[in-house]
Design a protein around this ligand. Structure first.
Ligand code: KG4
Ligand code: ZN
Length: 336
């Protein structure tokens, strides 16, 4: 089955084609219009999707060497995300389904992140623990078998990516914050400041990043603007280190509690090289199989949506045309 995936939940416009085993193309256009505003401006995001989605789909088809008429299904993110942005992808997917006479399915964006490592290769062994670290979510999910999930931990306040973005603002590093903090931290000492790591008890799988974010804010304020700028690299590296420590601690606790030997990490924060290296090292040492998708499959992308859609459409599932976008959709609502 050849499936087109569409992703327009936030500020990436993306289209991808998968067949039964492979990812044939995954085209991602990151909107740059938001950079000067310090965050995503919802109306600009939907307008940019409207302008670029059709050319992006054309490019995904061309790269895959597939004709529009060869598509046998299409899948689209219907939540969570920005309503106006979701509507662009959802409307186009419904239109394609109607005109081509093929089934379509609305996909939970979080499920996309979970299945991402299987988008361009063998899926990870089951059961496994999936750590989703994105701008909107930090979740530990027990994936018992394909498409069967149990949420075992979550952030009780800020998501990890959100903390990166907010700390980047404090350090005057611009938007998006994650890559900017990673870059600034390259010249810093990650052990220079001992920031707090909340909730480090082995039997509690929840995260908390807001105390850490506030500690960075107070630290920066106590230094004053000039000194903060001088010491920015150390602050960025130490903050990043504190986030990674918390993620490693909880991920390994989840593996132990749920008796799993495979760990998946996905979501935009999983692009972070320090995080990838640290998990690779610790997993090797403890005999855990680690699957972190290619960076293009970590960030918001349609490849993961196409794969989730392929999995569900192959089981005979599909969506009805009255499906609305769901800006606040939780993973819980997709758990059957
Ligand atoms: O999964 P994603 O692309 O979008 C959401 O579903 O939220 O994740 C975006 C988040 C942003 O908060 C961004 O700052 C963060 O991922 N991010 C990073 C890096 N690249 C992106 N965080 C840390 N290090 C990075 N290299
Ligand atoms: Zn995402």
């Amino acid at each position: 089955m050849i499936v087109l995936g569409i992703e327009t939940s936030c500020d990436e416009t993306s289209a991808a084609i998968v067949d039964d085993t492979r990812l044939l193309s995954n085209v991602i256009a990151t909107q740059t219009v938001h950079e000067s505003y310090g965050g995503v401006v919802p109306e600009f995001a939907s307008r940019a999707h409207l302008r670029t989605l059709v050319p992006i789909i054309r490019r995904a088809l061309a790269q895959a060497g597939i004709d529009l008429n060869e598509l046998q299904g299409c899948a689209v993110t219907y939540g969570p995300g920005l309503a106006g942005s979701l509507l662009v992808g959802l409307s186009l997917c419904k239109g394609l389904s109607l005109s081509l006479g093929i089934p379509w399915i609305g996909i939970n964006h979080l499920e996309g992140h979970i299945v991402a490592p299987g988008a361009d290769g063998e899926p990870p062994a089951y059961p496994h623990i999936s750590l989703i670290v994105s701008g909107g979510h930090t979740l530990l999910v027990l994936v018992e078998k394909p498409l069967v999930y149990r949420i075992v931990g979550r952030s009780i306040d800020d998501a990890a990516g959100e903390a990166f973005d907010k700390v980047a603002k404090v350090l005057e590093l611009g938007y998006p914050g994650g890559p900017a903090i990673e870059k600034a931290g390259l010249d810093g000492n990650p052990h220079s400041i001992d920031f707090p790591k909340a909730l480090l008890e082995r039997d509690n799988l929840d995260f908390s990043f807001s105390g850490l974010k506030t500690a960075v804010l107070y630290h920066a304020q106590s230094l004053g603007q000039e000194k903060m700028r001088q010491l920015r690299a150390d602050i960025a590296a130490s903050f990043q280190q504190a986030v990674i420590e918390a993620l490693v601690f909880k991920a390994f606790a989840a593996l132990q509690i749920h008796d799993c030997k495979t760990l998946v990490i996905a979501g935009g924060v999983a692009r972070n090289q320090q995080l990838r290296r640290r998990f690779e090292h610790d997993c090797r040492k403890s005999g855990v199989t680690l699957r972190i998708p290619h960076p293009d499959l970590c960030t918001d992308n349609a490849g993961m949506i196409a794969r989730a859609g392929h999995m569900r459409l192959s089981r005979g599932e599909s969506s009805d045309f009255d499906l609305d976008c769901a800006p606040n959709l939780s993973l819980q609502s997709t758990i059957s």
